[in-house]
Design a protein around this ligand. Sequence first.
Ligand SMILES: *Cc1c(COP(=O)(O)O)cnc(C)c1O
Ligand SMILES: [Zn+2]
Length: 414
Amino acid sequence: MDHVIGLKCTICGAEYGVDEISYVCPKHGDDGTVDVLYDYDVIKSRISRESLAQNYDYTMWRYKPLIAVEPDSPVPPLRVGWTPLYPAPRLAQKLGLQHLWVKDDGVNPTASFKDRASSVAVVKAREVGAEIITTASTGNAAAALAGLSASIGLPAVIFVPKSAPPAKIAQHLIYGARVMLVDGTYDDAFELTLKAAKEFGWYNRNTAYNPYMTEGKKTAVYEICEQLGWDAPDRIFVPVGDGCIIGSVHKGLKDLLAMGWIDHMPKIMGVQAAGSAPLVEAWKNGVAGWEMKPVAAHSVADSIVAGLPRDRNKALAAVRETDGAYLAVSDEEILAAIPVIARNTGVFSEPAAAAAYAGLVKAVDEGIVSPEERIVVMLTGSGLKDIASAMKTVPEPPIIAPNLDAVKQVLEQA
Ligand SMILES: *Cc1c(COP(=O)(O)O)cnc(C)c1O
Ligand SMILES: [Zn+2]
């Protein structure tokens, strides 16, 4: 990995070689999340916007020289990334905007953004010769890990709160992962996974704790910029739980600026559920990530429920350093967004993903966004992940006798 300089602590700035530490800064224990540092001159000798234009690998691995894996490491066969960036003119019109796109990461193999991180996780696990990989998850990270692990035959052990939506648990089980439903919160599952991985010597994919998850997730923003002809958007709306995705958006954009592939830094907008909004509070009050204390968290948007966001340092930097903002949206606003997005773009989102759009609606209402800005909303997971929540937003359809009179009767009622 001669394109990787090392790992830098997000709290104290101490730097380590990639072989010196596996996960976190030893001075700060499990909270000492680290950032991967690159040698962009080396990377520039291997990849360019021109070489990408000739590259027909339409997956996240088209950017492999920008990811902290060994150049000759095999990558998993499942096709992750290069997800569609759809123009959304009807949504834009509803909001009085001129340029709006949605990035549909629900089309990934296990139907969420988490496939990008898990794809890197299984590569790293193989690089270190791990026999078992593990993760804590609200559901999607584990589904992604279960699927990616199955694709290369690597055993996975996963810890999810027992309240996870059934579709996600079905994914874990069907892919053959060893599933442990924790009688507690995601935060409890996270702590337990840290202990179990240390005790049993498993490779740990835990979000934020494992520095390479950011490096997989950042490929989404590379795609957005490439799909826009390297003309970066002005603002990107990101749903935020642990803060790994939003940190990765920032990291990817910093990479692209360092490479000279884009000419400005978009403003990064973090959207949290009102019942799980510790980053909104920290941002408003000027609190540093390492000063944050756990809060009790709850929301219909299960994928963004995190009482102590594990990537809080990177998540706050993403918004603070780009002149963005954090916004909180209610569960009602989140649920209401699901059919609006679906009916105006054709993309069916799970609640956490719909939260990003609800955040855009709020930002427009509050006058934060101006009409001519070029805006991207990240839709991070498929609506099929959580049917029960989606069904709360629509009326029961009529049940009719199989004859034309019954059809006429229903049509007249409407
Ligand atoms: C995990 C997840 C998020 C939030 O990502 P974080 O890195 O935890 O902030 C958003 N949407 C979906 C669908 C997710 O699965
Ligand atoms: Zn440190």
